[in-house]
Ligand binder design. Structure first.
Ligand SMILES: [Zn+2]
Length: 305
């Protein structure tokens, strides 16, 4: 197995300028490019006249103004939020105040498992702890607007409260940060969890929608095939970790150096937490052993030798 996903790094959209990405869906990119956000966070506008906004974006006055300008003369009836990272949800209060729209999401931010002794939520600075939806959605809940209906699809893994939204009667799913075309997804405990993430990929791969509109980067076509590639990619990474442990590596830093060749140095930390996410999953499955709960500086070995 190899890391053979073809990522799409082409994405040309000027910040703040709305563009129709598929009929009936507009997108606006926030001006927050970076190693975790690619060209910036995408806000989607669904419908015409009476519309829904998906992921209002960061707390950036320019982006908020651009979104409100894009819907001038229209009524925003619904706001949907895929998850509570600070590049996706902090613009909610401003957009809600300006439009009176009702806010839907799976729930407030939370960690994916109880914290271990002495452990802090690592991604704290990245999390929007203030977010509260007006209506919490369960898996399969459908919210109908004027000319559109969105089905909430719980997809924990990147965050515990991550929810994708399928646009009913179409081939489209808003996949948030769970599935993106430009990069793999950050899965970093305790906010994220690898077991949940893999379950969520498998869940999407059983659905019919084939066009994904993600939180960052361009639309994904042939989504089922792409998701199958993501699953293989994670399984290959898991195999690499097991291989390194078999060769005598015992710590996450050594494994990161061995298996993330050519990694952007700004992502070294995130790669470490991604390996930790695999370790949690492997320990839970009895493949790997460690003292106490899996930790970023823990000592690891194969459980079956
Ligand atoms: Zn995110």
């Amino acid at each position: 197995m190899s890391d053979d996903i073809t990522f799409d790094k082409n994405f040309d959209l000027a910040p703040g300028e709305p563009e129709e990405v598929v009929p009936g869906v507009r997108r606006i990119v926030a001006d927050n490019p970076g190693p975790f956000t690619f060209k910036g966070t995408l806000t989607y506008i669904v419908g015409h006249g009476k519309v829904a906004i998906i992921d209002p974006g960061p707390d950036d006055p320019n982006h908020i103004k651009a979104v409100l300008d894009a819907v001038r003369g229209e009524t925003v009836t619904h706001i949907f939020v895929t998850h509570t990272h600070r590049d996706h949800s902090p613009a909610v209060p401003a957009i809600k105040a300006a439009t009176g729209a009702t806010v839907y999401a799976e729930g407030p931010h939370r960690v994916s498992r109880p914290l271990h002794a002495g452990e802090a939520p690592r991604m704290e600075a990245a999390n929007d702890m203030d977010f509260r939806p007006d209506h919490a959605l369960a898996d399969g809940d459908v919210v109908s607007g004027d000319g559109f209906a969105l089905e909430g699809v719980t997809t924990p893994g990147h965050t515990a409260n991550h929810m994708a939204f399928a646009l009913k009667g179409t081939d489209i799913t808003f996949s948030g940060d769970h599935v993106m075309g430009w990069s793999t997804t950050i899965v970093a405990p305790p906010d994220g969890a690898m077991t949940d993430y893999m379950d969520s990929l498998n869940k999407l791969s059983r659905r019919d929608e084939q066009v994904y509109l993600p939180g960052h980067g361009g639309a994904i076509r042939e989504a089922t095939r792409f998701v199958a590639g993501l699953i293989l990619h994670r399984k290959a990474r898991e195999a690499s970790i097991l291989h390194r442990l078999g060769k005598g590596a015992t710590d996450i830093a050594t494994i990161v150096r061995a298996i993330y060749i050519g990694l952007d140095p700004r992502l070294t930390n995130a790669a470490g937490f991604s390996v930790l996410a695999h370790m949690e999953d492997l320990v839970a499955r009895g493949e790997v052993a460690t003292e106490g709960p899996p930790a970023i500086n823990g000592v690891y070995r194969l459980a079956r030798t």
